[in-house]
Design a protein around this ligand. Structure first.
Ligand SMILES: Nc1nc2c(ncn2[C@@H]2O[C@H](COP(=O)(O)OP(=O)(O)OP(=O)(O)O)[C@@H](O)[C@H]2O)c(=O)[nH]1
Length: 361
């Protein structure tokens, strides 16, 4: 699983975070397993201190990976503190009392402190999708097993060593082995789902400005058309084109031209409602879809966009204006192409009439 996670870390886009920590966490857990196999070969103290260190590092790295994945600040401090508490406990075990049950309880609770925050993150920030349910369920099982083990240890039910027999010990060892593998699979599931979302977003958006591209716009239009059929309310398209953009490119260079496009896209989004859709159709042409909007209200939106483009311009963006064509779709059997053609015709009139204005089809 460490290799699988590492390979995903190398190939997934940087938006999918935390895979590197999970890969290292799994590697660290494998080292713990290898150390346990050396019982009788290496000194017990070495196995105990190093083995518990690698075990805590693995659980801590998983927590940090999950925190990074969900965009939280990673708790490196807690990994360090929990490790220090664990080591103090082991020193106490050697110097004061060799109470196995107490040692098990302390390490179970410390491990629990790495899994419960992950569970909380999945519940609070996880996407409502099967992968989150799966990952969350695994974290819940792992947390319950650790809690049970701590409670059983404190009530004296874990024997005197890890090799002790008994149903609780067997259940613990069985789940610990399966969970190691399954939780990495669970994290891969949420990471793969994130990859899918990132890819979908990329394929639907314009890389320069971040607004929708033609494909994303067509999907948004199809959704709005379905809603329009149900609610029988008009929707309106704005065709926005920057004026004399070639002159801006020629005068200030292509890079500044790009900045103007980004500024135009961001400002247009700011001037509109959250339910509106803004797309760049290549070059310096933007298309806006205003659901549940009449041409009259769309005209007010066009004015707002034009006013904001002048007002919200920093020193790094040269002055520019836009012309806007407005066309409404009143019936659901009208096609996107037809409405767009009407908006383009209105835009052409706005250009012909002197630019920096809007016209309604
Ligand atoms: N910087 C930049 N320029 C682009 C991009 N895409 C297209 N252009 C430029 O946009 C300019 C469009 O010029 P025209 O079609 O003549 O339009 P205009 O100069 O805005 O004139 P009007 O629309 O008539 O007001 C061309 O110079 C293209 O090279 C881009 O992604 N970045």
């Amino acid at each position: 699983m460490s290799i699988v996670l590492f390979s995903a870390y190398r190939s997934f886009p940087s938006e999918v975070r935390g895979l590197g920590q999970w890969a290292l966490g799994m590697l660290s857990l494998m080292l713990t397993g290898v150390l346990l196999c050396t019982q009788g070969v290496l000194a017990e103290a070495a196995i105990l201190f190093v083995g518990n260190t690698t075990m805590m590092a693995s659980a801590g790295l998983m927590l940090i990976g999950t925190q990074k994945f969900y965009g939280r600040v990673p708790s490196w401090w807690w990994l360090g503190l929990a490790w220090a508490i664990g080591m103090c406990c082991l020193i106490g075990w050697y110097l004061i009392t060799q109470n196995f049950a107490l040692r098990v309880a302390v390490f179970s609770l410390l491990s629990l402190s790495f899994y419960v925050p992950q569970l909380v993150l999945v519940v609070l920030r996880g996407e409502r999708h099967f992968s989150s349910w799966f990952f969350g369920a695994l974290l819940l099982v792992q947390s319950l097993v650790l809690l049970l083990r701590a409670v059983v240890a404190m009530s004296g039910g874990v024997g005197t060593s890890n090799a002790s027999n008994g149903p609780i010990q067997s259940i613990y060892l069985l789940t610990a082995n399966f969970m190691t593998l399954l939780m990495a699979v669970g994290f891969m599931a949420v990471a793969t789902r994130r990859l899918q979302t990132v890819m979908e977003h990329r394929s639907n958006s314009d890389p320069l400005t971040g607004v929708l591209n033609r494909r994303g716009f067509a999907a948004a239009y199809a959704r709005e058309l379905a809603l329009m059929k149900r609610h029988a309310q008009p929707m309106t398209l704005l065709s926005i084109d920057l004026d004399f953009f070639k002159a801006i490119n020629d005068r200030y260079g292509h890079a500044v031209g790009d900045q103007v496009l980004v500024h135009a896209a961001r400002t247009t989004v700011t001037a509109l409602r959250e339910i509106d859709h803004v797309a760049r159709f290549g070059g310096e042409e933007f298309i806006v879809l205003l659901p549940q909007t009449t041409a009259e209200r769309a005209s007010a939106a066009a004015q707002r966009i034009q006013a904001l483009l002048c007002a919200a311009r920093g020193d790094d963006v040269p002055a520019y204006t836009v012309s806007i064509g407005i066309a409404s779709q009143l019936a659901s059997n009208d096609s996107m192409e037809a409405v767009m053609a009407r908006a383009d015709a209105a835009l052409y009139r706005a250009k012909a009439a002197g630019r920096d204005r809007y016209e309604v089809a």
